[in-house]
Design a protein around this ligand. Structure first.
Ligand code: FAD
Length: 487
């Protein structure tokens, strides 16, 4: 273990207890990567605090000795944001899992950061409420991680991302100070530091208590599957639905390759011959949902849907979602390796960007399957390749990078919901000028003048450039265990 971590150990043990400090190599190794195992590093030391006071004492100690720290929730991130620092302290929130308050009268919940996203909904459900942001990893990912990544999910089209559902945070700054941003009330005066913290990827400190908005469960949910001959026709239907003033809870699209993979893996029975499948879910008051449902079906038909299936109860809805929910894992079965890309474009640019992705695929001989949140313009292209074939990983990485370039060219961004982390830090200069990046660095420095909070993440450093993006081989372990779905 590097110095000065050795000298800090007695004090870390005094803060977190003997069993709250992990030093042996085998146990530290279990924390060496997040969901992108391609990036791995052995943490210097791992601590498992149970309270804000313990986090504050640990970060205070790090500040005193200039030791870097990396916050970590459940480690499901897909941008290597929680990649440990070999000479630093990994602060893991897995023992901070209490739901502190369910305040139905004010439609709020107060939780510790290690609480799993879905556990908020589980706690609120008996009262007829739920927590809206729903990343597909929601059974396991932590609310602290969701805040750091500003996570999204299939239903964020209508309800917004994490940032729209967090009202207050208790945060330990990199100096070890405990501060409060926002609160239970709707708006706080002054600069929006709460908004700035959300999506800051662990670079501004550690969130130790989180106040979120609870939503009343909708009276009715209905789901529709529409099959089109082409992606263009499916895309036109998405535009028509939105233009008609209908705001679905979710609009998801799959292309022919991902349908083929889902069919092979789970026999989802989607209409044969479909070049695109659209899943549209509506929720809200029963009368509105029923009226809008007919309208959506008519719009899909008008844009060329050759088959429409509808679902009204949970079992029928699950049948429609089955192919979509298994698509990522299924793609893992038809390709030895793949890169999960995450980019976003304005919705209107989707048809053009998808056409260009198809051209890139044809030119390079690298297959790309598209499964995505069409309503948000959030693309998750899966770049498939055989890592045993000489040159294929490099070509796949090039296609993957070129897709991000396309997103930027079309007014979008290099990440839709998975964050920048280490994995995409090198792409930041493609989106931002040196002056932009310097401004972000200044902002970061205001919280963390010593540069010890999750260093080398989010903003590029030369050391990171040239690293290849994360490559996934086979099905994600969480998906395989049934602990997460992959959207
Ligand atoms: C199968 C699968 C499906 C997924 N689906 C989605 C999806 O639909 N939508 C989506 O947005 N993402 C998705 N993800 C990505 C991932 O689950 C999210 O980014 C999630 O928010 C990460 O949470 P975590 O607790 O695992 O965080 P970690 O991976 O542990 O950490 C992520 C980042 O948060 C920081 N961090 C963690 N806790 C704190 C804290 N308390 N304070 C400050 N910083 C902190 C870390 O330093 C790191 O930068 C998926 C991942 C998998 C594996």
């Amino acid at each position: 273990m590097p110095e000065p971590l050795h000298t800090l150990l007695p004090r870390l043990r005094a803060i977190c207890g003997e069993d709250g400090v992990i030093t042996d190599t085998a146990r530290r190794r279990t924390y060496e990567s997040d969901g992108i195992t391609y990036h791995a590093a052995l943490p210097g030391v791992v601590v498992l605090p149970t309270s804000t006071a313990q986090v504050a004492a640990v970060l205070g100690l790090c500040a005193e000795h200039g030791v870097p720290f990396v916050p970590r929730g459940a480690g499901t991130g897909l941008s290597a944001g929680a990649l440990p620092h070999t000479e630093g302290v990994l602060v893991v929130t897995s023992r901070m899992r209490s739901i502190l308050e369910i305040d139905i009268a004010n439609e709020r919940a107060v939780v510790q950061p290690g609480v799993a996203n879905l556990d908020i909904t589980r706690a609120a459900a008996p009262h007829g409420y739920y927590y809206a942001p729903d990343p597909s990893s929601q059974q396991v990912c932590s609310v602290g991680g969701n805040i750091a990544e500003n996570s999204g999910g299939a239903h964020c089209l209508k309800y917004g991302f994490t940032v729209n559902h967090v009202l207050g945070l208790e945060v330990v700054t990199p100096a070890g100070e405990v501060v409060r941003l926002g609160g239970k009330a709707a708006d706080a005066p002054g600069y929006d530091l709460l908004g700035a913290f959300i999506g800051s990827e662990g670079t501004l400190g550690v969130a130790t208590e989180i106040t979120v908005r609870l939503m009343r469960a909708p009276q009715k949910v209905r789901t529709l599957l529409a099959a089109f001959e082409t992606m263009d026709a499916g895309g036109a239907a998405v535009s028509a639905i939105i233009a008609a003033g209908v705001l679905p809870a979710a609009v998801e699209m799959m292309d022919a390759l991902s349908i083929e993979a889902a069919e092979a893996a789970v026999a989802c029975g989607y209409p044969s011959g479909a070049g695109a499948v659209l899943i549209v879910e509506l929720d809200g008051p029963a009368a509105d949902v029923d009226a809008q449902f007919e309208e959506v079906a008519a719009l899909c038909r008008a844009e060329g849907a050759f088959e429409i299936r509808t679902a009204s109860d949970a079992a029928e809805r699950a049948r429609i979602w089955k192919g979509r929910k298994s698509a990522f894992a299924a793609v893992g079965r038809i390709s030895p390796a793949y890169i999960v890309q995450d980019g976003v474009v304005p919705r209107t640019a989707l048809p053009e960007v998808l056409r260009r992705i198809a051209e890139l695929s044809a030119e390079s001989g690298i297959r790309v399957a598209n499964v995505f949140h069409a309503g948000d313009g959030n693309l998750h292209p899966l770049v498939l390749f055989d890592d045993a074939e000489p040159g294929a990983p490099e070509r796949a990485a090039e296609v993957s990078g070129a897709i991000l370039d396309l997103c930027i060219e079309h007014g979008g961004s290099i990440t839709g919901e998975h964050g920048v982390g280490v994995d995409k830090a090198c792409h930041m200069p493609e989106m931002f000028t040196p002056a932009d990046l310097e401004t972000m660095d200044l902002f970061r420095g205001a919280f963390d003048p010593a540069g010890i909070a999750n260093p080398e993440k989010l903003l590029p450093t030369p050391r990171l450039c040239g690293e290849r993006p994360g490559v996934r081989k086979g099905v994600h372990p969480l998906v395989e265990r049934g602990a997460a779905e992959q959207f």
